[in-house]
Design a protein around this ligand. Structure first.
Ligand code: ADP
Length: 153
């Protein structure tokens, strides 16, 4: 059976930290679906289409990475894609506290789906989409923190 992982997130926008998690996870899974969430309670700066198109450009040469959007429960979406794994990145202990709750509730709702965590590289631990949105809103240059395909101009 193919090992399919869903990497869910807002990706508003996709950063070097996100890219690193996906590339490192390709060693573990046959296919990774980067699932851009449409129903996040976060205020989005970029449209789902814009966010997805950037991510597709980043992985244009990687056929094992697919980019989709979804809304509703992540575990429901995983089922629809025959994915048995949820992939998440961890930067800090704050991330851990937050992610642990979501992963444990997901596991309680569907025991067949495992959440797999990959630690951020030290050089990516301070990068967040929230900080990047702040830089953009205030006219700064966020290019050093995103893949070159994510053209924020
Ligand atoms: P969400 O709104 O679901 O938190 P994000 O786009 O902020 O979506 O993050 C998606 C996933 O990527 C989360 O697991 C998050 O912890 C992880 N992540 C975010 N930034 C980084 C980073 N710089 N390095 C590694 N993982 C990261």
């Amino acid at each position: 059976m193919k090992r399919i992982a869903v990497f869910p997130g807002s990706f508003d926008p996709f950063t070097l930290g996100h890219e690193s998690i996906v590339r490192r996870a390709l060693d573990l899974f046959d296919e990774i679906i980067i699932a851009v969430g449409k129903n996040s309670t976060k205020a989005n700066l970029f449209t789902v289409e814009q966010r997805s198109n950037w991510i597709k450009a980043v992985f244009a040469n990687e056929p094992r990475v697919k980019v989709e959007w979804y809304e509703g429960l992540t575990i429901t979406y995983c089922k629809s894609q025959n994915a048995r794994y949820i992939l998440r990145g961890l930067r800090t202990s704050a991330d851990f506290g937050f992610e642990r709750g979501i992963a444990q509730v997901n596991k309680a709702m569907d025991n067949s789906i495992e959440t797999i965590f990959i630690l951020a590289l030290p050089e990516h631990s301070a990068i967040s989409s929230t900080i990047i949105r702040d830089i953009i809103k205030n006219g700064g240059n966020a290019a050093p923190f995103v893949p070159k395909e994510v053209n924020l101009k």
